[in-house]
Design a protein around this ligand. Structure first.
Ligand SMILES: NC(=O)c1ccc[n+]([C@@H]2O[C@H](COP(=O)([O-])OP(=O)(O)OC[C@H]3O[C@@H](n4cnc5c(N)ncnc54)[C@H](O)[C@@H]3O)[C@@H](O)[C@H]2O)c1
Length: 338
């Protein structure tokens, strides 16, 4: 029997890659997305596939959601307000989407007992300095006047809700804490650092580093992230558990800017901008290092990220190079010229 997957936020960056993976694996896939940050363009390469159904609606629209949940064998809940810039600009809607939207999905999945994987974030570790971050570590947030932490807190509430539904209603749910996931089709519109750098380097503009650039991060190729996401959904032992999904190579943001200039072959310079100027008056704090411990994931499903940082940068460069040339079907062209 053909299996049915429902992906909320499937027209977004990670969701579109997961949609392709599931179709390739033989699933019928329904994407539910309100196109707030996602786009039809992200699914352009899959248009016309009879196994793909695309529904434009809000995830909290229960009349739309309920029959889709009833039909699904597995649900991936990715719909969320994502990106530091977006959260700083529109904190109310971001929190409502992330908390209310997730509760609706959890409640309906609990009703039918459907296998569910929900997306959380490395942001939940907050200001913790106990690096690398492991799933059992404490979460350390700043005070509530710092808007930045509202994203982390909303996702932490999602995690509490998911684990509570698991305990109280036996919901077969797993939680994924994605660390910076990057690759083709990620937009630079909502403050994502790598697409922004690539776009600036391609245009010969200065690369704008927020803060002094000493903050260190890891980056995960989206193919590694969606592969882990799918495999988590396939294992019984991952039910009721939280997993880090992230990369293994740590790099400072300043080093990342230099690497992008180098890979693009750009003459761009680098400009540092203090956080107070980037997010004036809206309360912003950053963390020095954000590095995952993925040993729990490795034990559960066998996880080693396959893609290097250069692969990741090159994929993002392809996206922007092709977009600048004005092609419509970005992913297909990107694959063809590689
Ligand atoms: N990309 C990363 O590095 C990263 C890191 C940590 C966590 N995550 C999580 O992974 C998930 C996917 O993120 P992404 O990077 O693909 O971002 P994205 O913005 O590309 O995808 C989110 C998708 O959800 C849709 N959406 C938003 N609100 C919705 C609503 N109310 N109803 C229906 N659809 C809605 C958007 O239109 C978009 O297509 C999110 O839950 C995010 O918090 C991503």
């Amino acid at each position: 029997m053909v299996r049915q997957a429902l992906i909320t936020g499937g027209a977004g960056f990670i969701g579109s890659h997961l949609t392709k993976l599931l179709l390739d694996a033989g699933y019928n896939v329904t994407v539910l997305d309100n196109l707030s940050t996602g786009s039809r363009q992200n699914l352009a390469q899959l248009a016309g596939n009879p196994k793909l159904k695309f529904i434009i609606a809000d995830v909290s629209d229960e009349k739309v959601l309920a029959p889709l949940v009833r039909k699904a064998n597995v649900i991936f809940h990715l719909a969320a307000a994502v990106g530091v810039q977006l959260i700083m600009d529109d904190p109310v809607n971001s929190m409502v989407t992330n908390i209310h939207g997730t509760e609706v999905v959890l409640r309906h999945a609990a009703h039918t007992g459907t296998r569910l994987v929900i997306a959380s974030t490395s942001e939940v570790y907050g200001k913790s300095s106990k690096v690398p971050f492991s799933e059992s570590d404490d979460l350390v947030f700043g005070n509530t006047s710092k808007t930045r932490w509202s994203y982390a807190c909303s996702k932490a509430i999602d995690e509490y809700l998911a684990l509570a539904y698991h305990r109280q209603s036996n919901l077969p749910v797993s939680v994924i804490r994605y660390f910076n996931t990057v690759g083709a089709r990620q937009s630079d519109r909502y403050g994502m650092v790598l697409p922004r750098f690539v776009n600036q380097a391609l245009q010969g503009k200065p690369l704008t580093v927020h803060g002094d650039g000493s903050q260190r991060r890891t980056f995960t190729h989206v193919n590694d992230s969606v592969d882990a996401t799918f495999r988590i959904s396939q294992h019984q032992t991952t039910i009721g558990e939280v997993f880090n999904v992230g990369g293994s190579v740590e790099i400072s943001i300043l080093e990342l800017a230099k690497a992008v200039i180098d890979r693009v072959g750009s003459s761009s310079t680098i400009e540092t901008i203090p956080y107070s100027k980037v997010y004036s008056g809206r309360g912003f704090e950053d963390m020095a290092r954000r590095v995952p411990d993925c040993s729990k994931l490795d034990q559960a499903i066998g996880y080693t990220p396959e893609h290097s940082l250069n692969d990741i940068i090159d994929d993002v460069i392809d996206t922007y190079t092709i977009r600048n040339l004005g092609f419509d079907s970005l992913p297909r062209v990107a694959e063809a010229i590689r």
